[in-house]
Design a protein. Structure first.
Length: 429
């Protein structure tokens, strides 16, 4: 077998493959064995017809067709493997010359994983940020804990910022109540900015039992387009004004927060938790920085197939995220100043997809250089963990985790993670 490789683009190759009599004879023998399985010849049991007999009883055209199919399939696989080319799609085959039992010449074209010119991963400049814990960090957590134990006391005075009020309200546009603009016994802390500008300020100065109206205007950039910039009236009844008092930070408070004997012990525990969190964040930032830097100094052509695949993935993730936030794609495109979906795909999605593809190809090359792999036991343990975490809740996910293709994807992600961790090791000392 002879193979000639020609790159038609930076990411697409055309292999010209020539087979001789020896390879075609081998392909014919495989074809005979396959076709003889269902052949019925008097005097022989089905599936046990000798090949020499089978050859005389098989349709020559069927034998030639099966021989050609076997020869092409085997030669394509061996040629791509022999040339160390990883096809990203099923190769398109075109027969140029076929002389049965003598010669077969054909081309096989496919987009492939391109060669990577890897930058010097040992000389990257990104460094880990120092994870400092300040007194302000600890105080912020303490304040959140205080808010969990806040004391409420109903008062008869006028409401002021910092108070909690219980209100009934109805929002009207042109004297007609609009959807989502009404509630009863609604708890609102004045000053939190939960409502449109002017609403909370309009409650300040009123007492429990009062009913009043607020003439307001929705912001021009309000997410609901039908309400943006619209003038409305809120009819409000103030039911209760609660004065909020935070508990004193003392040993008694510390005991309420957990198994702590005093405030010092509580603050030490908080400091340890914050330090651990900041260390994790610093590690993740370093990973991102190192991968980004290595991507910048490395060179690789980007296969369009991989870019399109990533674009579909990014778009799907975005649609799910928007759905979760109850935001339409049209609303998102408008707020982000995209003219339409195509403009969004061109200016936001495609650049993100290209960045992902480039980083993925470079990390795959680095994993080969560093000889990083995972064992069967590691993969099995990861799959089992995912089954316990996700499969128990979703039968569909559990079934997917039995798929060999999914196993390969999981293995590739594990190798990538190991590669990035190794990269961090080089730059953490």
């Amino acid at each position: 077998m002879k193979t000639n490789v020609k790159y038609t683009t930076d990411t697409k190759v055309e292999l010209t493959i020539t087979l001789g009599a020896k390879e075609l004879e081998a392909a014919e023998q495989v074809a005979l064995k396959k076709l003889s399985r269902d052949l019925k010849v008097p005097g022989f049991r089905k599936g046990h017809v000798p090949l020499a007999v089978a050859q005389k009883n098989i349709d020559p055209n069927a034998l030639q067709e099966q021989t050609l199919e076997n020869a092409l399939s085997k030669a394509v696989a061996e040629s791509f493997l022999g040339e160390k080319l990883q096809a990203l799609e099923r190769p398109a085959v075109e027969v140029k010359k076929f002389v049965p039992a003598q010669e077969l010449e054909f081309t096989a074209e496919a987009e492939v994983v391109p060669p990577v010119k890897l930058g010097d991963y040992k000389k990257l400049k990104s460094k880990r940020e120092e994870a400092k814990v300040t007194a302000a960090d600890v105080d912020e957590i303490i304040q959140r804990m205080q808010e969990n134990f806040v004391e409420r006391k109903a008062v008869k005075r006028e409401a002021k910022r910092g108070d909690e009020v219980i209100i009934d309200f109805t929002g009207k546009k042109d004297d007609v109540a609009f959807e989502g603009g009404s509630a009863k016994d609604y708890a609102l802390q004045l000053g939190d900015g939960q409502f449109i500008p002017g609403f909370e300020d309009g409650i300040v100065g009123h007492k429990a039992g009062e009913t009043f109206s607020l003439d307001l205007t929705f912001p021009k950039d309000y997410h609901a387009k039908d309400m943006a910039g619209q003038k409305v009236v809120f009819d409000v009844t103030l039911r209760t004004v609660n004065e909020l008092t935070l508990p004193e930070v003392n040993d008694e408070f510390a005991a309420k927060c957990g198994p702590f004997t005093d405030v010092k012990e509580l603050k030490s525990d908080i400091k340890r938790e914050i330090a651990a969190q900041k260390e994790r964040e610093a590690t993740e930032k370093l990973k991102d920085a190192l991968v980004s830097e290595l991507t910048e100094i490395s060179k690789v052509a980007l296969p369009e197939l991989l870019i399109e695949d990533q674009m579909r993935s990014i778009e799907q993730d975005m649609m799910q995220n928007l759905m979760y936030r109850s935001v339409t794609l049209e609303s998102y495109l408008e707020t982000q100043k995209f003219t339409d979906r195509d403009d969004w795909l061109k200016r936001e999605v495609r650049p993100a997809a290209e960045k992902r593809v480039k980083a993925g190809l470079i990390l795959a090359e680095l994993s080969k250089v560093l000889e990083i792999d995972i064992s069967r036991d590691e993969l099995a343990a990861q799959i089992e963990q995912m089954k316990l975490q996700y499969g128990a809740k979703d039968a569909k996910v559990a079934k997917q985790l039995e798929n060999p293709d999914v196993h390969r994807d999981i293995a590739n992600r594990m190798i990538t993670d190991k590669t990035v961790e190794k990269l961090v090791e080089y730059h953490s000392n």
